[in-house]
Design a binder for this molecule. Structure first.
Ligand code: NAG
Ligand code: NAG
Ligand code: NAG
Ligand code: NAG
Ligand code: NAG
Length: 303
């Protein structure tokens, strides 16, 4: 009897619970509906905040670091950590491809590792001495890079274009013919893939007639202080016949005090003007190792 009463109570309590559950269910449904209305707005606002870094630029790396075992690891780490960031990496085995048909064993071990990442474009270093270097020798250097995959029987031992250092700033028809001759060669050699990439480095804004002869031009290579001066003078927005997709900047000697929000501001301002960017806090041998804020810089490029 007592058991029966208890069960009845139980049952009636269940009924009470049922209506309670219905109310809870209703509350949950209302909550879900509200969430569905609010969350997208929050997400969009958050994304907008993220996008406030402006257009994405590629990380440009003058990798004049000898590939002793482990020496390129800081680069490989950020490349694999940021598959959504593109990297343009210049390698320089010996002031060019070096004297032999293939670079040494440290290079032949490490280049295919970098080349295998889909977000990496490797370029071979060549200098032109402001279009005064014997063009036959420059062409020979370019052909040496292009022959690496066949010489090594390794399709990953390859670069995808050429970085021309010491490109001229002042215009001359002869220099333009010289540069266009070299660009045509890079474009036609199969060893660079279907469309070899050409970067010129005059280190400053060159005569605009040169711009079309390269895919990208380094319009600034210098210290943080001079970058601030030139940006203040709106130098980069004034480049005629061009837009940011053809421009690259290399900023070194950034003071250690430029970190956190200040570094963020520098990266943001630079991304507005150039499609490829390198920033380092090193003030000597800037390209021979990675600076103290290397990963912070790449994180900001990914933001
Ligand atoms: C590779 O680099 C290491 C460390 O710098 C060096 O000892 C070695 O001789 C190099 N190997 C070749 C083949 O140059
Ligand atoms: C990175 O490169 C890939 C392949 O070239 C391209 O599709 C993609 O849009 C690039 N992303 C950025 C952010 O530049
Ligand atoms: C350029 O180099 C080639 C090949 O070494 C040589 O035959 C030619 O004489 C050189 N030209 C000049 C102007 O030095
Ligand atoms: C490019 O330069 C080389 C070396 O001077 C020359 O032999 C070749 O004819 C030039 N090509 C063109 C298209 O001008
Ligand atoms: C500027 O960018 C647009 C779109 O990417 C491109 O079509 C155009 O050729 C560029 N301008 C120059 C002068 O290269």
């Amino acid at each position: 009897m007592t058991a029966m009463t208890s069960e009845e109570k139980h049952v009636s309590r269940r009924g009470c619970l049922k209506s309670k559950w219905a109310r809870i269910l209703l509350a949950v449904l209302v909550f879900i509906v509200l969430c569905a209305a609010i969350i997208p707005a929050v997400v969009v606002t958050t994304l907008r905040k993220k996008n406030s870094m402006g257009p994405k630029s590629k990380v440009f790396v003058p990798l004049y670091v000898y590939p002793a075992p482990g020496a390129w690891t800081p680069l490989e780490n950020v490349i694999s950590a940021h598959p959504d960031v593109n990297f343009t990496v210049v390698i320089n085995p010996g002031n060019g491809p070096g004297p032999n048909s293939l670079p040494d064993a440290n290079y032949t071990r490490e280049i295919p590792v970098l080349a295998s990442y889909t977000n990496v474009r490797l370029l071979g270093y060549v200098h032109t001495s402001y279009a005064q270097r014997n063009i036959s020798l420059v062409r020979k250097d370019i052909e040496t890079y292009a022959a690496w995959p066949t010489e090594s029987s390794n399709s990953d031992l390859a670069v995808r274009g050429i970085f021309f250092d010491e490109a001229p700033q002042q215009y001359s028809a002869q220099s333009l013919t010289y540069l266009q001759n070299l660009t045509d060669l890079v474009k036609e050699l199969k060893g660079f893939g279907s469309n070899g990439f050409v970067v010129h480095n005059p280190g400053a804004v060159p005569d605009s007639r040169y711009l079309a002869s390269a895919d990208s031009t380094v319009v600034f290579e210098g210290t943080y202080n001079s970058f601030q001066e030139r940006q203040g003078a709106n130098l980069f927005t004034d480049i005629p016949d061009s837009n940011r997709t053809q421009l690259c900047a290399v900023i070194h000697s950034v003071p250690d005090t430029v970190e956190g929000s200040e570094l963020r501001g520098l990266v943001k301002e630079s991304r507005k003007v150039v499609d490829e960017l390198y920033i380092t806090h090193l003030s000597t041998d800037y390209y021979a190792s990675f600076g103290s804020k290397w990963t912070e810089f790449v994180d900001l490029m990914a933001a």
